[in-house]
Design a protein around this ligand. Structure first.
Ligand code: NAD
Length: 350
């Protein structure tokens, strides 16, 4: 490491990091062939640190500024009306405290923040579009602006309703999008890999990789056999002011709290993670993190941390976004479990 640093200028190192991270992103998002996350995160953090001390080396095409990967051409493309962003992340109490301080400085207040705390589900972000209460389109995040149209595959996921509970114009407006994570439960992942090994076929590296591979199948009959699941974690585009009735329905639908919005989405028939909590102080945030970390192995799905969101939508709107992530949310990640799997001892299925 020291030799690399001494023999290279920072700008050469930045170039090299761009190249390596772009290659890893391609492997991860397009080929579903990840290198260990710890390796990826280490390089990304190194790049972030250089960019912080040398802002002149930060370019708009830097991997620190980009969301995800490009949509693959085998699917038709969907332009997101509201971008699907990523999340910034922290790994320690100090980094979390610094984040809270930044938010409070920006809001110009030291008033207590209510936080909506959720597990960080290790799957794939999707956007589900309902029109008149019927699922009409589902898309992957892609690069945040354009995703893949995976409607037929999403329709095979039993927990995602094709038709919502309630009445359009009363319980929800005529057009809205639900955002959430498609994931493969641990038990399904183990079964899938066992069956693959038995048949002498390739196995998947981890449940995220298996979920991504299963969702991006061109034949939805294969997806149907993969036993995927879904939890909603937010809203995307909401509403189309087509009439006074819909205008009122939209108004009523847009609750002032993120947590209330999730509960509302749940009442329409979409699954919400049962571990989601509203927290009113920083001690509770640390307890939630520790509690979820302790429960991690018992949960039936894979997680890699917690996601903490400012609950008040008006404050979220004031905080806004940076290039690739909202300022009002943060992934507070668990320490890497990496060494469990290395790319050399697993084969992948695309
Ligand atoms: P991310 O996974 O760190 O965070 C954003 C994503 O979190 C969202 O898109 C959403 O899908 C998900 N999420 C899960 N639970 C959520 C919740 N409750 N609320 C909101 N969002 C939730 O970001 P990313 O941009 O998808 O990926 C970056 C990370 O992926 C890296 O830090 C690295 O760990 C990994 N990665 C690994 C490789 C590799 O080669 N191993 C390559 C690229 C990225």
């Amino acid at each position: 490491m020291t030799t690399i640093k001494s023999s290279q200028t920072q700008s050469e190192r930045v170039k090299q990091l761009h190249q390596e991270l772009n290659q890893y992103n391609y492997q991860y998002y397009v080929l579903d062939q990840p290198v260990p996350d710890a390796e990826y995160d280490r390089l990304l953090r190194e790049l972030q640190a250089i960019e912080q001390s040398h802002p002149e080396l930060k370019t708009i095409d830097s991997p620190t500024q980009k969301v995800g990967g490009e949509a693959i051409k085998a699917f038709t493309q969907v332009t997101h009306q509201v971008p699907m962003l990523s999340l910034d992340n922290v790994f320690s109490v100090d980094e979390w405290d610094a984040f809270v301080k930044r938010i409070q400085d920006r809001l110009g207040s030291d008033k207590k923040l209510i936080i909506c705390a959720e597990p960080k589900l290790d799957g794939l972000a999707v956007s589900l579009r309902y029109e008149q209460g019927v699922l009409v389109q589902a898309a992957t995040r892609g690069d945040g602006a354009t995703g893949e149209n995976i409607t037929e595959n999403i329709r095979t996921i039993k927990s995602i309703p094709l038709k919502l509970i309630g009445e359009c114009g009363i319980d929800y407006p005529d057009v809205f999008e639900v955002r959430g994570e498609v994931f493969m439960p641990k038990a399904s992942f183990e079964q899938l890999n066992k069956a693959a090994i038995k048949k002498g076929e390739k196995s998947f590296a981890n449940p995220r990789n298996a979920a991504a591979g299963s969702l991006r199948q061109l034949d939805s009959k294969i997806t149907a056999k993969r036993n995927l699941d879904f939890y909603a974690y937010g809203l995307g585009f909401v509403g189309n002011l087509s009439s006074e009735i819909m205008k009122d329905a939209r108004q009523a639908f847009l609750k002032p709290s993120h947590y209330q919005r999730l509960c509302q989405v749940k009442s329409l028939g979409l699954p919400m993670c049962p571990e989601v909590r509203l927290l009113s102080d920083q001690a509770q945030v640390q307890e939630f993190y520790q509690d979820i970390l302790n429960k991690r192995d018992e949960l039936s799905y894979e997680i890699d941390g917690t996601v903490l969101k400012v609950d008040d939508i008006a404050l979220q709107e004031r905080l806004g976004f940076v290039a690739r992530a909202p300022r009002w949310a943060m992934a507070y990640k668990f320490p890497a479990q990496e060494e469990l799997t290395t790319v050399d001892d697993v084969e992948f299925q695309v």
